[in-house]
Design a protein. Structure first.
Length: 220
C-alpha cells in the first residue's frame, strides 16, 4: 500500500527527550520538597502527558492542588531547558527527508504540551515535516484521535492512506481510534516486554528497517 502520510509520535519515536524530561520533573519535585526519581523511573511515568507524569512522580496522597503547583513549576523549568540533552534518534532526520523526497507527507503528534512540541520540531526538524500538533486546551491527549484527525484533514489525506508510528501502547490506541494503520518502534520509551498486552502487526527495531518499509510502500 502507498501511504501518503506518516504521523510520528515525538517522545521516544523521533526524539530522545527522556533526560530533559527527567531533569525538569526532578527540578519541580525538589522545589516542593519531594524525592527525586531516576531516569528509568521517569521513563515509566511518561506517555500520557505531563500532568500524568507529575501525578505519577509525586508521593502517593499528594493533593490535586499541590500537583497543579508542581506541574506549573515543571512546565516553567522545561520551557527553559527543553533542549539541553534532547536529540533525534540516529537516522530520523534522514528518514524524514527521504519521506519528503518520496512525496509522503509528515506529521508529528505528541502528548507533550504544544508550545514545547512546536519548539522542538523547529529546532530539530525544520523543513522536514508538514504539521505538528501537541496537547492544548483544544486538543485532548492521545489516545483521543482529535490531533491525528486534525493533521489528516489539514493535509487532505484519508485515514486509509495514513500510518501512525510510535513507541507506546498509547500510540497504537491512537492509530486505532483514528482509523489508520500503525507501526511500533522498539528504540523508544517502552520495551518489548511492556507491550505484551497489545497486538502489534508491524514492529521495527531500527530506523533503517522502518524506512525501507515506508519507502517500499511509497514506490508502489
Amino acid at each position: 500500500m502507498k501511504y501518503r502520510l506518516a504521523i510520528f509520535d515525538l517522545d521516544g519515536t523521533v526524539l530522545n527527550t527522556l533526560d530533559d524530561l527527567a531533569a525538569a520533573a526532578n527540578a519541580a519535585l525538589e522545589m516542593h520538597g519531594f524525592p527525586r526519581h531516576s531516569v528509568e523511573d521517569v521513563r515509566r511515568f511518561v506517555g500520557n502527558g505531563v500532568a500524568k507524569l507529575i501525578r505519577r512522580a509525586v508521593p502517593e496522597g499528594t493533593s490535586d492542588e499541590e500537583c497543579a503547583r508542581v506541574l506549573a513549576d515543571f512546565k516553567a523549568y522545561y520551557r527553559d531547558h527543553v533542549n539541553v540533552h534532547t536529540r533525534p534518534y540516529d537516522g530520523i532526520p534522514e528518514l524524514l527527508a527521504a519521506l519528503k523526497r518520496a512525496g509522503v507527507r509528515v506529521g508529528i503528534n505528541s502528548n507533550k504540551f504544544d508550545a514545547a512540541l512546536q519548539s522542538l520540531c523547529r529546532i530539530h526538524f525544520d523543513g522536514l515535516y508538514d504539521c505538528a500538533v501537541g496537547e492544548s486546551e483544544i486538543t485532548p491527549r492521545k489516545p483521543d484521535p482529535t490531533a491525528a484527525r486534525r493533521i489528516m484533514e489539514g493535509l487532505g489525506v484519508a485515514p486509509e492512506e495514513t500510518i501512525y508510528i510510535g513507541d507506546s501502547g498509547v500510540d497504537l490506541e491512537t492509530a486505532r481510534n483514528a482509523g489508520t494503520d500503525c507501526a511500533w518502534v522498539s528504540w523508544g520509551f517502552r520495551r518489548h516486554e511492556e507491550m505484551q498486552a497489545y497486538e502489534i502487526r508491524r514492529a521495527f527495531d531500527s530506523v533503517d528497517a522502518l524506512q525501507a518499509f515506508l519507502l517500499e510502500g511509497a514506490r508502489r
